[in-house]
Design a protein around this ligand. Sequence first.
Ligand code: SF4
Length: 423
Amino acid sequence: MRQFGDLPPEVFFKEDLLRVGLSLGSVDSADNPYQKKSYFIFSFDRTPIQEMHQRENLRAPEEIALIGGPHNLRRTIVSVRLNPASPYHLEQDQDGYLLRLEGETLCRVEFPPEPQHYRRTLRNGKAVSEIAPCIEWGYLIYLTVFRRCQYVGSDQECRFCDINANFDQQRSAGMPYTTVKSLEEILEALEIIAESDTRSQAYTLTGGSITSTLRGKSEADFYAEYAEAIENRFPGKWIGKAVVQALPKEELQKFREAGIRIYHPNYEVWDPRLFALLCPGKDQYIGRQNWIDRILAAADIFGPPCVIPNFVAGVEMSRPYGFTSVEEAIHSTAEGLEFFMSQGIAPRFTTWCPEPLSNLGSQEPAPLEYHLRLLQVYRGTLAKYRLNPPPGYGPSGAGQAVFSVSSFMDVLPHLSPMPLAIS
Ligand code: SF4
């Protein structure tokens, strides 16, 4: 903390929790119903469910808020990644919950309250929490409408991604994991949410890539149909975001016309060699240069601030292909940030969690030093190009941010979200 004195103290613990995970102790929801981890797309755990002997997957909260403690932490929202061997241990006492690091109390912890609609079911008996879970402390409704990816196997699937393996482990664990959520299910779940919920501000429409067709539709046609139905039924109620591949402009136009405001063509890793090795399907089907060109072209449709490619922060140091020094990894990703931000496009991060069921398997995460330096570079490059914090993530700033899978919003100055221009 002395070495990175310009970073808020909260982000040291948030990034560390995201990279190493936490162990759950005897926490349960008997006296205090809280919002449970929904496994909204990937596992984001450091341990397979099969090895969770305390049934942690059924008890874990979706997120935790770190508060107070010896470092006087401002309220900091962190996504829960389970790891029974983590030095971070969540415990319950008579006053609530607390987080210990190697036995020392780090801070008090709050769990997200269970949204009223989490107890409701659709007409077909499925839980609203399965069809339309909420993350980011209720800010974002996460609609994984296709729970598998058509990039399958080690020559296609992104090597850090466990979407297909997680689907299989959830089904093996008896969870009602729906492969393709129907339009009717999504609309009915949103109706129920709209009746009582006051926290959600945005939805993300996403799922695995579609390389051929799904139910007779291309990737753009499949996902855009949901956007159109949602926006017809709830015009402008939420900020519509779509995570799909880097598609040609005419395909993206369908999303914009349907009412999607923010587009996430997730780029994952900047280095050309690593892009080919870690995202073999994306490299074969679309190609790195094409992916870049399409990101830039998308700015004509959505506007540069509303094109937000995700980088998997830290995966550029994964074994066996990644950089072996923090210096090289930072240098590479800084180059990618510089490239996009100089054109008004601000990427965002998901802190890499080495998922044991992904092709890369269980391994050490990137060093904390890497993540801290990356946050410095991100903040510095954003300031250099005078860009605002990316829209669609709620407020920025330590103590205010709700984005839970990276601290990139926590390190930026506090700003209330800017209203999106209607065009
Ligand atoms: S495109 Fe890659 S990251 Fe996305 S779901 Fe498929 S395998 Fe996972």
